[in-house]
Design a protein. Structure first.
Lengths: 384, 232
């Protein structure tokens, strides 16, 4: 017989109490695993959703001779200037990190004669552009065809055009499909048309002023994607849009901090639960501790008995807590968050969980164990 | 361990124990001097509150005196650290308590093995030793029984076997027959006598005068002082 035999037998003797402590550990570490696993998964989802909306990389020709401005960036927009080409879109879509690219939105910014007056027009690939800017709301039909035109709110007022009107551009008739609601940006003064139509009308075939890229930067840093694009397009200059990247980092960071705070609270509650249970166990076992001390058990042996019990419960609690937490995370992600994401069994996380459960149970049992060991044997024997 | 060359196994001098009770000082033992020889079977007798149980716990290295010295085998036991005193108890002493105080979740054989759990003895050696002792006290057929499956007398026998398992030179017993009927008390006292004949020193607190038929010496204590002594 060894001290651990005593610990094991005592746990078997008090199955309800042992089960209660075990549940405390399972609850604490299980909740942390659930939070960690689901937030890690949701982080990726959140970051991806964030990355899909709005560009975080802008690609422009590597030239100092630019005549137009868009989003604070100087771009080419007239004959004789340096442009990007249509093939550059393919090159961007085939960079080594192409899996991380959500949207590639090419643009040609130029000036055309509209209703007899010169105005700035932006040629875009409507499906890509609308995917990039899901916040755009408009009056009228979403532009789809080659002849469809989308007007910024200010441009529509200046030109006196309403959704459904015909509009003459460079002598050709187009359909004013919709008017954007005011955006509070330079887009309010722009007229959006299909890219191919603008290229043809401006006689700038195969020319692009800029390409906006929305990239998922969870699995690889955005700097890496920018470097890939710069390598693929030596004649162009790709730049990460600092604000977009910063905003994304802030959102993810806040989410992580919230999860960490909840995990800390749960861990503390779990520790308290175990602490209270072990303290009550020490009180109940005063007589037993007195006997142990009387027959020659050192204080260290008494601590060993309590910590061995904690170790056994921590080990089982850790394993069961990881399983329960992982299953709960799966249920949470699929039912509550409505995401169809696979969550696997991560042995590294499992190992960390077991260590965490051991630390939780050992730390919570340490004080009562020391208290039990320091019981005056004569005082304890008075209970006898 | 039980065979000692030293004549005076236990020597106490000027022993005083004062308890604090509700702001008042209660003198449980008053300047007590006593010597116990090796191989003695002594009864500490006296009315409730006389100080006999206090003396037993002090002799048992469990309760430091307020003043005075306790030498066992020439060692000043209260000069030892708490942990060394625990080792001392394990090596030199066995305890039999009034209510037997077996560990309820351990079987009879495991209860006897308990003091060996902190020794370097292998599991096999522990089991053999515990089984032999249980056979010796007449419980060879009830090794695996839990305490609540044993009668009072049987539990007392397990407690005696537990007190002997480390081969200590001294066995302390606090009212060992207090919870037993007359017939079982007689059997238990005969067992103690047998144990004493094997050179174990036994010091027993009792108020049962019938038990004096088995002891070699009786020390009568009243109000914390030795009132009288008798040798048989």
């Amino acid at each position: 017989m060894r001290v651990d035999t005593i610990a094991l037998k005592n746990l078997k003797r008090r199955p309800i109490k042992a089960l209660f402590m075990l549940l405390g550990i399972i609850l604490a570490v299980g909740t942390i695993v659930t939070l960690y696993t689901s937030t890690a998964t949701l982080n990726v989802e959140l970051a991806d959703r964030f990355d899909e909306i709005g560009a975080n990389i802008m690609v422009i020709p590597d030239s100092k001779d630019m005549n137009l401005s868009y989003g604070g960036v100087r771009v080419s927009g007239a004959q004789g200037k340096q442009f990007l080409a249509n093939d550059d879109i393919i090159s961007i879509n085939t960079i080594p990190n192409s899996n991380n690219i959500a949207t590639v939105a090419p643009k040609l910014l130029t000036s055309l004669t509209i209703q007899g007056e010169k105005a700035v027009v932006m040629g875009v690939d409507f499906p890509q552009e609308l995917a990039l800017k899901p916040w755009w709301t408009m009056e009228g039909e979403r532009p789809k065809g080659v002849q469809d035109v989308l007007l910024g709110s200010d441009a529509a007022i200046i030109l006196g055009i309403k959704p459904g009107d015909v509009i003459e551009i460079e002598g050709e008739i187009f359909n004013a499909a919709a008017v954007l609601h005011p955006q509070g940006s330079e887009e309010d003064g722009l007229i959006f048309m299909q890219l191919l139509a603008v290229q043809r009308l401006a006689d700038l075939e195969d020319s692009l002023s800029l390409i906006e890229v929305a990239a998922y930067c969870t699995t690889c840093p955005i700097e890496e994607i920018v470097m890939d694009i710069n390598n693929a397009l030596p004649h162009a200059k790709a730049t990460a849009l600092g604000e977009a990247v910063k905003a994304r980092a802030e959102v993810v960071d806040r989410f992580n901090k919230f999860s960490a705070a909840v995990a800390f609270v749960v861990f503390s509650i779990g520790s308290l639960l175990i602490l209270v249970t072990v303290i009550s166990s020490v009180k109940e076992r005063t007589k037993e501790i007195g006997i142990f001390r009387a027959i020659g058990f050192r204080q260290r042996s008494i601590i060993e008995i309590f910590l061995t019990e904690a170790l056994i419960l921590g080990m089982f609690g850790g394993i069961l807590g990881y399983i329960a937490g992982n299953l709960a995370a799966r249920a949470l992600i699929s039912s509550a968050a409505g995401l169809d994401v696979a969550i696997g069994w991560d042995f590294f996380i499992g190992g960390i969980t077991i260590v965490m459960a051991l630390v939780l149970s050992l730390l919570s049992s340490a004080y009562p164990a020391v208290k039990a060991a320091r019981l005056d044997p004569a005082e304890a024997l008075r209970h006898i | 361990m039980k065979k000692r060359d030293i004549k005076n196994l236990i020597e106490i001098s000027n022993l005083t124990k004062i308890y604090q009770s509700g702001g008042e000082q209660v003198k449980a033992l008053n300047n007590l001097n006593l010597t116990m020889e090796n191989g003695e079977f002594a009864a500490l007798m006296g009315p409730s509150g006389s100080g006999k149980s206090t003396l037993l716990t002090i002799l048992g290295a469990l309760n430091p005196p307020t003043s005075g010295k306790v030498f066992i085998d020439g060692i000043d036991i209260y000069n030892l650290s708490t942990e060394r005193r625990a080792d001392f108890r394990s090596t030199y002493m066995g305890f039999v308590f009034q209510q037997f105080h077996l560990i309820p979740y351990l079987s009879a054989v495991e209860n006897v093995m308990l003091p060996l759990a902190i020794s370097s003895k292998s599991s096999r050696e522990q089991t053999e030793k515990a089984q032999n002792l249980l056979e010796k006290v007449g419980l060879g057929n009830k090794l695996k029984r839990l305490p609540n499956e044993l009668s009072g007398g049987e539990q007392e026998r397990v407690a005696i076997a537990r007190a002997l398992v480390n081969d200590p030179p001294i066995v302390f017993a606090d009212e060992p027959t207090g919870a037993l009927d007359a017939k079982t008390s007689l059997e238990i006292m005969e067992l103690f006598q047998k144990v004493n004949e094997e050179s174990y020193t036994i010091i027993m607190v009792t108020h049962n005068k019938e038990n004096l038929n088995f002891v070699k010496r009786a020390v009568f204590i009243r109000d914390g002082e030795i009132e009288a002594e008798e040798r048989y």
